[in-house]
Design a protein around this ligand. Structure first.
Ligand SMILES: Nc1ncnc2c1ncn2[C@@H]1O[C@H](COP(=O)(O)OP(=O)(O)OP(=O)(O)O)[C@@H](O)[C@H]1O
Ligand SMILES: [Mg+2]
Length: 343
């Protein structure tokens, strides 16, 4: 037991459809320090299209992942996202934080279908300002979907101390590591196994989030169907370092979908008052490593596309990554790092 410098560690738990990711951050001394990373593969059909097909398999996998990582199940932060939540940016009359909750309830009734079935939260985006109107991010989490996730966690022995929202946790980790990206309009694109999350930020404020049903699972299927490449070989191509004609050919179509998603999300801004244009795209997630993806996306959007590394500005304790190769796993960790950064 330490009398001084009490240890304060937070465990970020990201249950992805492809991989369960665990990151542990020690907040005890000054700068946050990453002390542990563990990644466990989930059976491919356990979570499909965001829906948990087999809760037992998922909770067993979470428990095994936590056991393998040898982390305490205290102070676990996890998140809900995708179809569990509705995020809407609204403008409303400026009121004090205290009155805001009641006002948001009313606003939610105007913006969220079936408001009785959701858990509401909100964030005032411009609290320092004195304008008559304020910008608020309204978050409505569907109660039954969130409850189902909590039951799966409880079965794995986990009672999370915080349940965050995917998009906010991604933003949180990105902001810490890329303060220079908090200027102008930029997009953070997280390409996962099943889902690609697009986050548009205006001067660092997350103003729009969109999910596309697209990720490395699709890339694998495309390689299988269009080029008769076996699943294992396809996965190796996706996780590899070299571009190939087959990968290039399937990526051209899939990157087009991502580009259109980013353009549509950013167009929302250009139609609003300030006609700022998208300055840069940052990519993360396992799918962002796919050889050629960044280059094809940059060529298509004609703006800078940069790989965002969630470990860029973190202290990393020796041995935190065990035998994992930092460059190979860092892109996968934006979300769990964002979770573990919460205290
Ligand atoms: N080093 C790596 N180890 C394992 N998978 C990798 C690696 N690099 C890239 N990948 C690919 O990334 C995918 C997982 O990416 P990620 O962890 O971002 O997705 P996820 O969070 O599980 O999925 P989703 O968010 O869509 O539910 C794997 O399915 C694999 O195709
Ligand atoms: Mg993910």
């Amino acid at each position: 037991m330490a009398l001084f410098g009490r240890k304060k560690t937070t465990v970020g738990l990201d249950v992805g459809s492809g991989l369960i990711k665990i990151c542990v951050i020690d907040h005890g001394k000054g700068l946050p320090e990453l002390t542990k990373v563990a990644i466990t593969k989930l059976q491919p059909d356990a979570i499909v299209e965001g829906e948990v097909m087999d809760p037992g398999i998922v909770s067993d996998a979470i428990r095994a992942a936590l056991d393998n990582a040898k982390v305490s199940t205290k102070h676990i932060v996890t998140a809900v996202g995708g179809r569990d939540v509705i995020i809407k940016k609204i403008q409303t009359e400026r009121v004090k934080e205290k009155q805001a909750r009641e006002l948001m309830r009313w606003e939610a009734e105007q913006h969220v279908p079936d408001v009785e079935s959701v858990e509401l939260d909100f964030q005032i985006l411009d609290p320092g300002k004195t304008t008559d109107e304020m910008n608020v991010l309204l978050v409505a989490a569907k109660r039954d979907l969130v409850d189902a996730k909590m039951r799966i966690l409880a079965d794995a022995g986990v009672v999370p101390s915080i349940v965050d929202v995917d998009a906010f946790a991604l933003h949180n980790a990105f902001e810490v590591n890329y303060p220079e990206a908090m200027k102008g309009v930029v997009a953070l694109v997280n390409v996962g196994n099943e889902v690609t999350n697009i986050n548009i930020m205006d001067n660092g404020v997350p103003i729009l989030t969109r999910d596309l049903p697209l990720g490395t699972r699709r890339f694998t299927e495309d390689l299988q169907r269009q080029h008769a490449i076996a699943v294992r070989d396809a996965e190796n191509l996706i996780r590899g370092y070299d571009r190939s004609p087959q990968l290039d050919s399937i990526l051209t179509n899939r990157v087009e979908e991502i580009a259109v998603g980013v353009e549509r999300a950013a167009a929302f801004l250009t139609t609003s008052k300030n006609s700022a244009t998208l300055r840069a795209v940052y990519i993360c997630g396992g799918g962002s490593r796919t050889p050629g993806l960044a280059e094809i996306l940059a060529g298509r959007l004609r703006i800078s596309v940069e790989h965002a590394n969630p470990l860029a500005r973190l202290n990393i304790r020796d041995g935190a990554l065990d035998s994992l190769t930092t460059d190979e796993v860092a892109p996968l960790l934006m979300l769990p790092i964002g979770l573990a950064l919460r205290q």
